[in-house]
Design a protein around this ligand. Sequence first.
Ligand code: SAH
Length: 219
Amino acid sequence: MICNFDASEHKLRRKNLVEILKNEGIKSQKVLDAILKIPRHLFVPEEVKDLAYENEALPIGYGQTISQPYIVALMTEALELRGDERVLEIGTGSGYQTAVLAELSLEVYTIETLKELSERAQRILNFLGYTNIYFKIGDGTLGWEEYAPFDKIIVTAAAFDIPKPLKDQLKDGGIMIIPIGGREFQNLYKIRKVGNNFYKENLGGVRFVLLKGEYGWRD
Ligand code: SAH
Protein backbone atom coordinates (compact mmCIF):
# COMPACT_ATOMS: atom_id res chain seq x y z
CA MET A 1 0.00 0.00 0.00
CA ILE A 2 2.70 2.43 1.02
CA CYS A 3 4.63 1.58 -2.12
CA ASN A 4 1.60 2.16 -4.34
CA PHE A 5 0.89 5.46 -2.71
CA ASP A 6 4.52 6.40 -3.17
CA ALA A 7 4.49 5.52 -6.88
CA SER A 8 1.32 7.49 -7.59
CA GLU A 9 2.64 10.45 -5.58
CA HIS A 10 5.76 10.48 -7.78
CA LYS A 11 3.62 10.20 -10.90
CA LEU A 12 1.55 13.19 -9.78
CA ARG A 13 4.69 15.21 -9.23
CA ARG A 14 5.97 14.23 -12.68
CA LYS A 15 2.65 15.36 -14.23
CA ASN A 16 3.08 18.69 -12.50
CA LEU A 17 6.67 18.96 -13.76
CA VAL A 18 5.52 18.24 -17.32
CA GLU A 19 2.99 21.09 -17.04
CA ILE A 20 5.79 23.43 -15.94
CA LEU A 21 7.95 22.33 -18.90
CA LYS A 22 5.05 22.94 -21.31
CA ASN A 23 4.62 26.44 -19.88
CA GLU A 24 8.34 27.01 -20.33
CA GLY A 25 7.92 26.26 -24.04
CA ILE A 26 8.73 22.56 -24.49
CA LYS A 27 6.52 21.32 -27.33
CA SER A 28 7.70 17.80 -28.19
CA GLN A 29 5.11 15.34 -26.88
CA LYS A 30 7.65 12.51 -27.10
CA VAL A 31 10.04 14.38 -24.81
CA LEU A 32 7.24 15.25 -22.36
CA ASP A 33 6.06 11.61 -22.35
CA ALA A 34 9.59 10.38 -21.54
CA ILE A 35 9.83 12.83 -18.62
CA LEU A 36 6.40 11.70 -17.41
CA LYS A 37 7.59 8.09 -17.47
CA ILE A 38 11.13 8.20 -16.04
CA PRO A 39 11.48 8.10 -12.21
CA ARG A 40 13.92 11.02 -11.77
CA HIS A 41 13.89 10.49 -7.99
CA LEU A 42 15.92 7.29 -8.50
CA PHE A 43 18.73 9.30 -10.13
CA VAL A 44 19.32 11.75 -7.27
CA PRO A 45 20.93 11.20 -3.84
CA GLU A 46 18.70 10.44 -0.84
CA GLU A 47 19.23 13.92 0.69
CA VAL A 48 17.62 15.71 -2.27
CA LYS A 49 14.93 13.14 -3.22
CA ASP A 50 12.18 15.55 -2.10
CA LEU A 51 13.36 17.98 -4.77
CA ALA A 52 13.52 15.40 -7.57
CA TYR A 53 10.48 16.81 -9.39
CA GLU A 54 11.27 20.48 -8.94
CA ASN A 55 12.56 22.18 -12.09
CA GLU A 56 16.06 22.44 -10.61
CA ALA A 57 19.59 21.13 -11.09
CA LEU A 58 20.66 19.10 -8.03
CA PRO A 59 24.00 17.92 -6.63
CA ILE A 60 24.85 14.26 -7.38
CA GLY A 61 28.20 14.11 -5.57
CA TYR A 62 31.80 14.45 -6.78
CA GLY A 63 31.17 18.15 -7.49
CA GLN A 64 28.75 17.30 -10.34
CA THR A 65 25.05 18.01 -10.89
CA ILE A 66 22.02 16.42 -12.52
CA SER A 67 20.82 18.95 -15.09
CA GLN A 68 17.63 20.96 -14.60
CA PRO A 69 14.65 19.10 -16.18
CA TYR A 70 13.95 22.08 -18.45
CA ILE A 71 17.50 21.91 -19.83
CA VAL A 72 17.22 18.13 -20.34
CA ALA A 73 13.95 18.67 -22.20
CA LEU A 74 15.31 21.58 -24.27
CA MET A 75 18.46 19.68 -25.30
CA THR A 76 16.55 16.48 -26.11
CA GLU A 77 13.93 18.36 -28.13
CA ALA A 78 16.69 20.10 -30.09
CA LEU A 79 18.21 16.72 -31.04
CA GLU A 80 15.06 16.04 -33.16
CA LEU A 81 15.10 12.31 -32.37
CA ARG A 82 12.96 10.08 -34.58
CA GLY A 83 13.73 6.81 -32.83
CA ASP A 84 16.15 5.19 -35.26
CA GLU A 85 19.37 6.97 -34.36
CA ARG A 86 22.61 6.14 -32.61
CA VAL A 87 23.35 8.90 -30.10
CA LEU A 88 26.64 9.75 -28.39
CA GLU A 89 26.32 11.39 -24.96
CA ILE A 90 29.29 13.01 -23.19
CA GLY A 91 28.83 13.26 -19.40
CA THR A 92 26.67 10.36 -18.17
CA GLY A 93 26.51 11.92 -14.69
CA SER A 94 23.38 10.66 -12.92
CA GLY A 95 22.20 8.81 -16.04
CA TYR A 96 18.86 10.66 -16.14
CA GLN A 97 19.48 12.35 -19.50
CA THR A 98 20.75 8.97 -20.73
CA ALA A 99 17.38 7.40 -19.88
CA VAL A 100 15.51 10.14 -21.76
CA LEU A 101 17.72 9.52 -24.81
CA ALA A 102 17.28 5.74 -24.53
CA GLU A 103 13.50 6.19 -24.65
CA LEU A 104 13.64 8.23 -27.85
CA SER A 105 16.45 6.69 -29.92
CA LEU A 106 17.78 3.31 -31.06
CA GLU A 107 21.06 3.19 -29.12
CA VAL A 108 22.83 5.49 -26.69
CA TYR A 109 26.63 5.50 -26.28
CA THR A 110 27.44 7.37 -23.08
CA ILE A 111 30.84 8.36 -21.72
CA GLU A 112 31.67 9.54 -18.18
CA THR A 113 35.09 10.29 -16.70
CA LEU A 114 34.16 9.54 -13.10
CA LYS A 115 33.98 5.79 -12.53
CA GLU A 116 31.75 6.06 -9.44
CA LEU A 117 29.12 8.10 -11.30
CA SER A 118 29.18 5.84 -14.37
CA GLU A 119 28.77 2.72 -12.24
CA ARG A 120 25.91 4.24 -10.25
CA ALA A 121 24.15 5.26 -13.48
CA GLN A 122 24.71 1.77 -14.93
CA ARG A 123 23.08 0.16 -11.88
CA ILE A 124 19.97 2.35 -12.06
CA LEU A 125 19.56 2.10 -15.83
CA ASN A 126 19.96 -1.70 -15.72
CA PHE A 127 17.45 -1.86 -12.88
CA LEU A 128 14.98 0.13 -15.00
CA GLY A 129 15.45 -2.40 -17.82
CA TYR A 130 17.21 -0.38 -20.52
CA THR A 131 19.10 -2.64 -22.93
CA ASN A 132 20.06 -0.06 -25.58
CA ILE A 133 22.70 1.86 -23.60
CA TYR A 134 26.46 1.33 -23.94
CA PHE A 135 28.67 2.77 -21.19
CA LYS A 136 32.28 3.86 -21.27
CA ILE A 137 34.45 5.27 -18.49
CA GLY A 138 36.93 7.72 -19.99
CA ASP A 139 37.47 11.04 -21.73
CA GLY A 140 34.42 11.87 -23.82
CA THR A 141 36.14 14.74 -25.65
CA LEU A 142 37.85 12.00 -27.68
CA GLY A 143 34.44 10.61 -28.69
CA TRP A 144 33.99 6.86 -29.21
CA GLU A 145 35.82 6.07 -32.45
CA GLU A 146 34.86 2.40 -32.47
CA TYR A 147 31.14 3.18 -32.94
CA ALA A 148 31.45 6.41 -34.94
CA PRO A 149 29.92 8.12 -36.81
CA PHE A 150 26.89 9.09 -34.72
CA ASP A 151 23.58 10.54 -35.93
CA LYS A 152 23.36 12.82 -32.92
CA ILE A 153 25.78 13.99 -30.22
CA ILE A 154 24.90 15.63 -26.89
CA VAL A 155 27.48 17.14 -24.56
CA THR A 156 26.21 17.79 -21.02
CA ALA A 157 29.25 19.65 -19.66
CA ALA A 158 30.64 23.09 -20.56
CA ALA A 159 33.16 23.27 -23.42
CA PHE A 160 35.19 26.30 -24.57
CA ASP A 161 35.01 25.03 -28.15
CA ILE A 162 33.66 21.97 -29.98
CA PRO A 163 36.13 19.11 -29.40
CA LYS A 164 37.54 18.18 -32.82
CA PRO A 165 36.98 14.41 -32.43
CA LEU A 166 33.28 15.09 -31.84
CA LYS A 167 33.07 17.15 -35.04
CA ASP A 168 34.67 14.28 -36.94
CA GLN A 169 32.46 11.63 -35.35
CA LEU A 170 29.17 13.40 -36.19
CA LYS A 171 27.45 12.10 -39.33
CA ASP A 172 26.91 14.36 -42.30
CA GLY A 173 23.45 15.86 -41.66
CA GLY A 174 23.76 15.12 -37.95
CA ILE A 175 22.98 17.40 -34.99
CA MET A 176 25.15 18.17 -31.96
CA ILE A 177 23.91 19.98 -28.83
CA ILE A 178 26.68 21.49 -26.74
CA PRO A 179 27.16 24.31 -24.19
CA ILE A 180 30.07 26.54 -25.27
CA GLY A 181 31.57 29.50 -23.44
CA GLY A 182 33.55 30.34 -20.31
CA ARG A 183 33.89 28.62 -16.96
CA GLU A 184 30.95 30.43 -15.37
CA PHE A 185 28.50 30.90 -18.20
CA GLN A 186 27.89 29.36 -21.61
CA ASN A 187 25.48 29.44 -24.51
CA LEU A 188 23.74 26.28 -25.60
CA TYR A 189 24.34 25.60 -29.29
CA LYS A 190 22.54 23.41 -31.77
CA ILE A 191 25.03 22.52 -34.46
CA ARG A 192 24.18 20.96 -37.79
CA LYS A 193 26.90 19.31 -39.83
CA VAL A 194 26.47 19.69 -43.58
CA GLY A 195 29.48 18.32 -45.44
CA ASN A 196 32.41 20.07 -43.85
CA ASN A 197 30.33 23.02 -42.66
CA PHE A 198 28.93 23.47 -39.18
CA TYR A 199 25.85 25.69 -38.82
CA LYS A 200 25.32 27.03 -35.30
CA GLU A 201 22.08 28.13 -33.64
CA ASN A 202 22.16 29.70 -30.16
CA LEU A 203 19.47 28.24 -27.89
CA GLY A 204 20.25 30.58 -24.97
CA GLY A 205 22.34 31.05 -21.84
CA VAL A 206 23.15 28.11 -19.55
CA ARG A 207 25.44 27.10 -16.67
CA PHE A 208 27.04 23.68 -16.81
CA VAL A 209 29.84 22.01 -14.87
CA LEU A 210 33.10 21.95 -16.80
CA LEU A 211 33.93 19.54 -19.58
CA LYS A 212 37.38 18.21 -18.68
CA GLY A 213 39.74 16.10 -20.77
CA GLU A 214 42.09 16.47 -23.70
CA TYR A 215 39.85 18.86 -25.68
CA GLY A 216 38.22 20.32 -22.55
CA TRP A 217 39.25 22.45 -19.58
CA ARG A 218 42.47 21.58 -17.79
CA ASP A 219 42.62 22.43 -14.10
N1 SAH B 1 23.57 14.66 -18.01
C1 SAH B 1 24.12 14.57 -16.67
C2 SAH B 1 25.00 15.76 -16.42
C3 SAH B 1 26.00 15.51 -15.36
S1 SAH B 1 27.12 16.86 -15.11
C4 SAH B 1 22.98 14.56 -15.68
O1 SAH B 1 21.98 15.25 -15.91
O2 SAH B 1 23.08 13.88 -14.66
C5 SAH B 1 28.33 16.58 -16.36
C6 SAH B 1 29.09 15.29 -16.25
O3 SAH B 1 30.13 15.34 -17.25
C7 SAH B 1 29.80 15.07 -14.92
O4 SAH B 1 29.39 13.85 -14.38
C8 SAH B 1 31.29 15.05 -15.29
O5 SAH B 1 32.05 14.14 -14.52
C9 SAH B 1 31.23 14.62 -16.75
N2 SAH B 1 32.40 14.98 -17.56
C10 SAH B 1 33.16 16.11 -17.52
N3 SAH B 1 34.14 16.05 -18.45
C11 SAH B 1 34.01 14.87 -19.11
C12 SAH B 1 34.70 14.22 -20.18
N4 SAH B 1 35.75 14.77 -20.79
N5 SAH B 1 34.26 13.01 -20.58
C13 SAH B 1 33.19 12.41 -19.99
N6 SAH B 1 32.50 12.97 -18.98
C14 SAH B 1 32.88 14.18 -18.54
